[in-house]
Write a new protein. Structure first.
Length: 332
């Protein structure tokens, strides 16, 4: 009986050892194994559509602000460009004004010298002119200042170029009226352009009779008279001398202009001297006067050359042909 119980006890202890070791192994496996994450049994709904909508609205707002800012930036750039152009234009006008003031100052100085050097060409008055001038023989004109008024016939050669017509036409008409007033009555007159064309084609080669009504008609018509001009009075002077010279008539020719664009001053002087020789007493066939309008001197210096050449030409022509050159201080 003892040996049988002993055998059962040994078996029971061995079984318990096995069970214990197995359980311990299971526990050890549980301890050393990596715990897994939480198991999501059911996903909760997320507000994805609302988030997307909010982001889209924010994007649209940002794009709108960007468009506004770009528009404002473009407007500012355009405004800056306009300011730059205005500054450049004002700077140019300032420089032009300074050049004009300098030119006017220099021209005034030149006019003073010219007037101081002008020589009065004396010519004996005829009995007929004494009758025509009457009490105005001793009267002086502020415009022509020293121009002899002893002629019985007068011819006006007028520069009808664009510079004269656009900028100094009213002043030219005023000068023409003042010059006519110096001659209260003449035997005949003529109006020609610097190309040698006649204002009244029906009086081509003939004298226009003088009368108050005729003078008024001339002034009225000349306001819109604008034939082509090459800005050179040579053709008009030569046509007037060749056509109207008469040894029995005292003729004065007035050249009104602002520039000379011809090739040679010397050539013009020699041509006129050949057409208008002096008589035995040294008097020219036709007395030539000139009135210069300083239109070109309102330009920058590099554009004043034609005005300077006109003054040079007219001064020499009037000196050689018994006349006077007057340079005006203003063309307006």
């Amino acid at each position: 009986m003892k040996s049988r119980r002993a055998g059962l006890e040994v078996i029971s202890l061995s079984f318990l050892d096995v069970i214990t070791c197995g359980f311990g192994a299971i526990v050890l496996l549980l301890v050393i194994s990596k715990p897994g994450g939480p198991v999501i049994l059911e996903s909760s709904p997320t507000p994805a559509e609302g988030i997307v909508r909010d982001l889209q609205e924010e994007l649209f707002a940002i794009r709108g602000e960007a468009r506004v800012l770009n528009r404002d930036l473009t407007a500012k750039r355009e405004q800056i460009s306009e300011w730059d152009l205005r500054v450049a234009r004002l700077s140019q006008e300032l420089a032009s004004t300074n050049d004009r003031l300098t030119s006017i100052s220099e021209q005034n100085a030149v006019n003073t010298v010219i007037k101081g050097e002008l020589e009065l060409a004396l010519q004996q008055l005829t009995e007929e002119m004494q009758r025509l001038l009457g009490e105005r023989i001793d009267q002086k004109s502020d415009l022509v200042g020293g121009v002899p008024i002893d002629s019985e016939y007068i011819i006006f050669i007028i520069d009808t170029s664009g510079s004269m017509f656009q900028y100094s036409w009213d002043k030219m008409i005023e000068t023409l009226i003042t010059t006519l007033d110096v001659y209260p009555e003449v035997k005949g007159m003529q109006i020609m352009d610097d190309e040698g064309g006649y204002m009244y084609s029906e009086y081509r080669g003939k004298w226009i009779p003088d009368s108050p009504a005729r003078r008024k008609a001339i002034i009225s018509r000349i306001r819109t008279w604008n034939p082509f001009s090459n800005s050179s009075p040579v053709e008009g002077i030569t046509e007037a001398i060749s056509t109207f010279y008469n040894p029995d008539k005292k003729i004065s020719l007035y050249v009104l202009g602002d520039e000379f664009t011809g090739r040679s001053i010397e050539e013009v002087v020699n041509t006129v001297e050949r057409l208008n020789p002096k008589d035995e007493q040294g008097n020219p066939r036709v007395r030539i006067h000139a009135i210069g309008f300083p239109v070109q001197f309102a330009n920058p210096r590099n554009l004043q050359i034609t005005g300077i050449r006109f003054a040079t030409l007219m001064r020499e022509l009037t000196r050689r042909n018994g006349g006077t050159f007057v340079g005006l201080n203003t063309f307006r």
